[in-house]
Ligand binder design. Structure first.
Ligand code: GLN
Length: 233
């Protein structure tokens, strides 16, 4: 956090992994855009603070928060008990869940029941990774391959290095919308997850602002407006 030249509004650094549409992506001019960005900007405006976005790998976000390199994580991050030990989360700002995807031509894998002996691609440090680990421990999947970005997991499917991918449903949908006929979602969503913004443990001042802003943005109708924009990123 730093104070602007006029000394009035604090600027918080927001860490995000901006290869995760529709929540965060980099546009053609190099700006980080997406639902999380719109929502965080609206919260900042409501609460009288400024934000600057710092794009970095997902697995490095919590360490960056802990060392003070960023003040907030806004990165489609699922609220989990494990992460609650390392950060403080805001109230949930959206519900998502994990989905299984395969190449469009794959007719063998129709749900997790068909993953016996298969190789599954996931994003490093994600809840998709944890789900794959669970399936591996249960003796279902044979191998997990993890990649810093979802896009690289999809590439692995394309080159035949993995049979399936586990990733957040809205994100996989966004990749399919941008590049149809490469992968498809199969079966039912694997779970339900809530995304939260994260701050350093004990940073109640900032957490209170974020939660208050989120409540106001919801009450004003702004949140619903942003939600209608969600599929367009
Ligand atoms: N929601 C998933 C998680 O929290 C993935 C987030 C992401 O890759 N940006 O692990």
């Amino acid at each position: 956090v730093f104070r602007s030249a006029d000394g009035e509004m604090p600027t918080y650094i927001v860490g995000t992994e901006a290869q995760f549409p529709p929540f965060e992506i980099v546009d053609s001019r190099g700006n980080v855009i997406g639902f999380d960005v719109d929502l965080m900007n609206a919260i900042a405006e409501d609460q009288g603070f400024k934000v600057e976005y710092l794009d970095q790998d997902f697995a490095g976000l919590i360490p960056a928060l802990q060392t003070g390199n960023v003040d907030i994580i806004a990165s489609g991050m699922t609220i989990t008990d494990e992460r609650e030990k390392e950060v403080d989360f805001s109230e949930s700002y959206i519900n998502a869940g994990l989905a299984l995807a395969v190449l469009t031509g794959n007719e063998n894998i129709k749900s997790v029941d068909d993953l016996q002996g298969k190789i599954v691609a996931v994003q490093t440090g994600s809840t998709g990774f944890l789900k794959a680990e669970e399936l591996q421990k249960a003796g279902i999947i044979a191998e997990i391959k993890d990649f810093p970005h979802v896009n690289e997991a999809i590439e692995e499917l394309k080159i035949g290095g993995a049979d399936a991918m586990i990733n957040d449903l809205p994100v996989t949908e966004a990749f399919i919308a941008a590049q149809p006929d490469v992968i498809k979602i199969v079966g039912e969503p694997l779970n339900s997850e809530d995304y939260g913004f994260a701050v350093r443990t004990g940073n109640t001042e900032l957490l209170t602002k974020i939660n208050a802003g989120l409540e106001n943005v919801k009450a004003s109708g702004k949140y619903d407006e942003l939600l209608t924009k969600l599929p367009t990123y």
